[in-house]
Design a protein around this ligand. Structure first.
Ligand SMILES: Cc1cc2nc3c(=O)[nH]c(=O)nc-3n(C[C@H](O)[C@H](O)[C@H](O)COP(=O)(O)O)c2cc1C
Length: 133
């Protein structure tokens, strides 16, 4: 899918809050294509090594402004229906849709609600655009 913006990088350790929030994310140390994506929340197809086909993902790019201890830009991917050890793997992402801007939420509960809506919408959009791979 060369016409879509894409980026890739290794899965590294984050703050480990994702699991507590209900959306465990793979933190991506982007080594290619990072300049092509601005901050926001995106719907992507992901290529995970040793896995056939593509996995749907909802990806957050930004400084997680809800949390004051995040100072650098982060790329965090919630991979749909995938509970696997991904640390050290290099994952490639193909952006299908930009869902929204990154926001600062007043409460963590608000962030969780919005993330659940993002993932639901992302799944629907990806289902409509499943590539023939
Ligand atoms: C789909 C999705 C959307 C997100 N949107 C936001 C957002 O708008 N604002 C924000 O501060 N953090 C957002 N986050 C990031 C969460 O704050 C982050 O995943 C959480 O802090 C866990 O980070 P950790 O893996 O470093 O522990 C989003 C995460 C996901 C998966």
């Amino acid at each position: 899918m060369p016409e879509l913006p894409s980026f890739a990088g290794l899965v590294v350790h984050g703050h480990k809050r994702g699991r507590i929030l209900g959306f465990p994310t793979a933190n991506i140390a982007v080594d290619s294509g990072g300049e092509t994506i601005e901050d926001g929340v995106f719907s992507c197809w992901a290529k995970v090594p040793d896995m056939a086909g593509l996995v749907g993902a909802t990806v957050s790019v930004g400084r997680n402004p809800t949390f004051d201890d995040v100072t650098e830009r982060r790329v965090e991917a919630y991979l749909h229906d995938l509970d696997a050890m991904l640390y050290g793997m290099r994952i490639a992402f193909f952006v299908v849709h930009r869902l929204r801007d990154t926001m600062r939420f007043a409460t963590v509960a608000d962030l969780i609600d919005q993330t659940a809506r993002d993932v639901e919408r992302s799944r629907r959009l990806l289902e409509e655009e499943r590539p023939n791979l």
